[in-house]
Design a protein around this ligand. Structure first.
Ligand code: AMP
Ligand code: MG
Length: 433
């Protein structure tokens, strides 16, 4: 596919009278109807990617005692001088040993390891590289050592009572380490949203079974489950439903029992068998929920069904995202519409999606019908540190091949093409490094 093919041709060109909503407005509809889930206490090893529900303060000074930053000799700095000094070595102090009771006196040193408590009387550490071990328990310190040199003072990382982590902080390896250094086994985080995923379509077949004429493999369900895992949510596989109202309703019934949100794919455009929108509209009316059949002014991923259905057993409404069936549309819709809502539920204080400034190395064409063209692009940082993007491949909405190297969506508004070498705003949808 030539890289200049940036217009999706199989998604239709819109109905003349159809009102399309700007993406931002659709995101606002989602964000105004979602809020973060309840707080749960989880083992810190399981908190990766979660958002803290409460601030965490240091229970004591970290480190708790003055200790050596280097392997060497604990000395009285006043004993040392430019010409070098000979001291008698009183013993060895490994990390984890208690300090000696007796302070080190004039002319004395203690061999000390990194992390060992500073012995009383010593105020500095001469690093082993700047010493010479002599016989008979003596050492030569090869230069002057200034007071406090190579000593980590108590509380030099965190002072007792100081805030270490804040509400809304995302738990990464560094946060896990800080929690562990505070002696905590668990953390209070916002619960990860449990998100159901199902595909709809009579034509869909899973792996293994041979394809009969007219059938294709279901790829959206696995794609969306993978996206949810990657983004730190708790995915629930709800299978594939045929195009009947009963089947779709039964899966949604299951979802409203078990899930905080549900992603379906297919069945939301204008075909005769597009039943997800029919069922979601009916369920919303019957159960006093809300349903919105939306045309989003983006390309791809125009058709969208949003519904907020009461949860069986109470609690916040279950957010239902009826994503379009074309695989690329489904992926784009997930990233720009569903992800912001799910991230909010998960306690992410940042509004998603975030965009970045990039430079395009090829012309980017606008959509011909006035929608925001979300061109799948491959971005990499150039030698000058700028993010350079170029179209990732075929841009039609069934062409998964065009998503393989795509890590961003370039936002190309209606109007003139964005010329090669010009700035363009992009939404990252995959790793940039
Ligand atoms: P629909 O929105 O249901 O009309 O589907 C639009 C297009 O996407 C059709 O070509 C479907 O065959 C295809 N499609 C729908 N669901 C899936 C899926 N789960 N995996 C792969 N392709 C799909
Ligand atoms: Mg379908």
């Amino acid at each position: 596919m030539p890289p200049s093919d940036q217009n999706d041709t199989d998604e239709g060109h819109g109905h003349a009278a159809e009102e399309l909503l700007p993406l931002r407005q659709v995101q606002d509809m989602v964000l105004s109807r979602t809020s973060h889930l309840e707080t749960v206490e989880v083992p810190i090893e399981e908190a990766l990617g979660c958002f803290l529900a409460e601030p965490v303060t240091a229970p004591a000074d970290i480190p708790p005692f003055a200790n050596s930053a280097m392997d060497g000799y604990a000395v009285r700095s006043s004993d040392t001088g430019e010409g070098g000094t000979e001291l008698s070595v009183r013993g060895v102090l490994p990390a984890g040993s208690p300090p000696p009771d007796e302070p080190i006196g004039p002319g004395e040193a203690i061999q000390i390891m990194t992390g060992a408590v500073m012995p009383p009387g010593a105020d500095a550490v001469a690093i082993v590289e700047r010493t010479e071990r002599l016989g008979a328990g003596r050492v030569r310190i090869l230069g002057a050592v200034s007071p406090g040199a190579n000593v980590r003072s108590p509380g030099s990382d965190f002072k007792a009572g100081e805030r270490g982590l804040s509400e809304g902080d995302r738990i990464g390896p560094g946060q896990v380490a800080v929690l562990a250094s505070f002696g905590l086994a668990t953390a209070a985080v916002v619960r990860r949203p449990r998100v159901g995923v199902f595909s709809t379509g009579d034509e869909l077949v899973g792996p293994g079974a041979p394809l009969k004429p007219g059938q294709i493999r279901d790829s959206n369900r696995q794609m969306l489950l993978a996206a949810l895992s990657r983004d730190g949510f708790d995915p629930v596989d709800l299978g594939t439903a045929p195009d009947t109202e009963e089947a779709v309703e039964s899966v949604l019934g299951e979802a409203t029992k078990r899930c905080d949100a549900v992603l379906s794919s297919g069945g939301v455009s204008r075909g005769e068998f597009d039943l997800v929108k029919v069922v979601l509209s009916r369920l919303a009316a019957e159960k006093n929920g809300e349903a919105f059949e939306i045309g989003v002014s983006i390309r791809p991923a125009k058709p969208l069904m949003l519904a907020f259905l009461p949860r069986s057993g109470g609690g916040p409404a279950v957010a239902c995202f009826g994503l379009p069936g074309n695989p690329v549309s489904s992926l784009v819709s997930y990233n720009v519409v569903a992800l912001p809502g799910l991230a909010k539920m998960a306690g992410n204080p940042k509004r998603l999606p975030r965009s970045l400034a990039a430079i395009t190395s090829e012309d980017l064409r606008p959509s011909r019908d006035g929608r925001l063209n979300l061109v799948r692009v491959e971005g990499a940082f150039g030698a000058d540190g700028r993010l350079l993007v170029r179209p990732a491949g075929g841009q039609q909405s069934h062409q998964l091949s065009g998503t393989l190297s795509a890590n961003c969506l370039a936002m190309v508004p209606p109007g003139e093409p964005i010329r090669a070498g010009s700035p363009v705003e992009v939404i990252p949808i995959g790793p940039l490094l």
